[in-house]
Design a protein around this ligand. Structure first.
Ligand SMILES: N[C@@H](CCC(=O)N[C@@H](CS)C(=O)NCC(=O)O)C(=O)O
Length: 339
């Protein structure tokens, strides 16, 4: 059997010129009966285990949505914890099918790493977290500061660019493991923690003993559009991840929720009927069951439900929808037509 698999793998390699990791991810996932999803090592709101050890978060919901769409069961997810440095290697090697790990979409990541983004599930920007005891009110006062950040993040280059542009001198402390960066900051080994503003809100609430002793400065120094990535060269899988996210935002726009989705199967609205697979061929076009989006909405919820529960007003993070509101409410979330 093993010999056969290796021979088959070499055949794929010879036929396509691509390593096995680039083969048909949908078939691999269906055979395994689970989606292998790369997330953080534990970052509340986006991907972290709850008190029962169940992984939760906005990004974990992305993993669960894909499992619901492909396998009809949102729980068929195998979580792979990755630090920032490890994430793209895990995707390239085929260790994971999907990277859903608060990852900023940049031109180089979308081209030179063999990866490609499937959606933007959170619009963010980089900020600064400081101890109130420093008495700093704006980032312009950071001259001479020691700045903690994590290896392999977009935050390193943004910090350098911003400091140069603003004539700010700083000493970087760059650490690979997330908990070690947090510990260094909590112990006062650096004055500032810089990362995505959502990350700072999460660290302040979930990692620091007295959140009230810390403040997030008003400046946002970059754009951090965060989203799931897949491997280049597998368009069918890219489409599945892309449209799983679109199903969640489309459901919010149409008022379809986990609570009313069964009722909505009877809706006369043609957009709802196509979304839920009552009419049309959206599922078939993706190589999936007609109920692909129904399963996502029933088991994971729409985008607004996921946002509120994980990072929004129903969560400890209390992040406002802001840029992540639907376009008709002044945000950037613009669901693509399912037609
Ligand atoms: N969005 C940025 C930063 C993402 C990032 O890795 N942030 C850190 C600091 S909050 C993190 O999530 N660490 C969690 C971990 O390594 O488990 C990027 O894509 O480079």
């Amino acid at each position: 059997m093993r010999g056969f698999k290796i021979a088959a793998g070499i055949a794929v390699l010879l036929a396509t010129g691509l390593p096995l990791a680039h083969a048909d991810t949908l078939s691999v996932v269906q055979q395994r009966d689970a989606v292998r999803c790369g997330v953080t090592t534990g970052f509340a709101g986006f991907s972290a285990p709850d008190t029962k050890g169940e992984w939760r978060g906005l990004d974990v919901d992305m993993c669960r949505a894909v499992a619901a769409a492909v396998l009809g069961d949102a729980s068929k997810v195998k979580i792979v914890s990755l630090n920032a440095q490890q994430r793209f290697t895990a995707l390239q090697s085929g260790e994971i099918d999907l990277l859903a790990r608060n990852t900023t979409v940049t031109q180089s990541r979308d081209t030179a790493l063999g990866a490609i983004h499937a959606a933007i599930n959170f619009y963010d920007g980089q900020g600064f977290l400081v101890s109130k005891s420093l008495g700093i009110r704006t980032a312009r006062e950071l001259n001479g500061a020691t700045v903690c950040m994590q290896t392999g993040t977009s935050n390193e280059q943004n910090m350098a660019d911003w400091a140069r542009a603003n004539g700010v001198q700083y000493k970087p402390v760059v650490i690979e493991q997330f908990n070690e960066v947090v510990n260094a900051f909590a112990a006062g080994r650096c004055d500032v923690f810089t990362t995505d503003a959502s990350g700072l809100a999460s660290i302040r609430i979930s990692k620091l003993t007295n959140p009230g002793d810390y403040v997030i400065l008003p400046e946002i120094i970059s754009k951090e559009p965060l989203g799931p990535f897949v491997r280049q060269g597998d368009d069918a899988w890219l489409n599945i991840v892309k449209w799983s996210f679109q199903a969640m935002t489309g459901a919010e726009e149409l008022g379809v929720t986990s609570a009313n989705v069964d009722e909505q199967l009877k809706s006369p609205n043609p957009n709802v009927r196509r979304l839920l697979g009552v009419t049309g061929s959206a599922g078939k076009n993706l190589g999936l069951d007609a109920k692909w989006a129904y399963h996502i909405i029933a088991q994971v919820g729409n985008y607004g439900e996921s946002f509120d529960r994980n990072v929004g007003m129903d969560s400890p993070l209390q992040i406002h929808r802001g840029l992540n509101a639907l376009w008709k409410n002044g945000g950037l979330i613009y669901p693509l037509p399912i037609s």
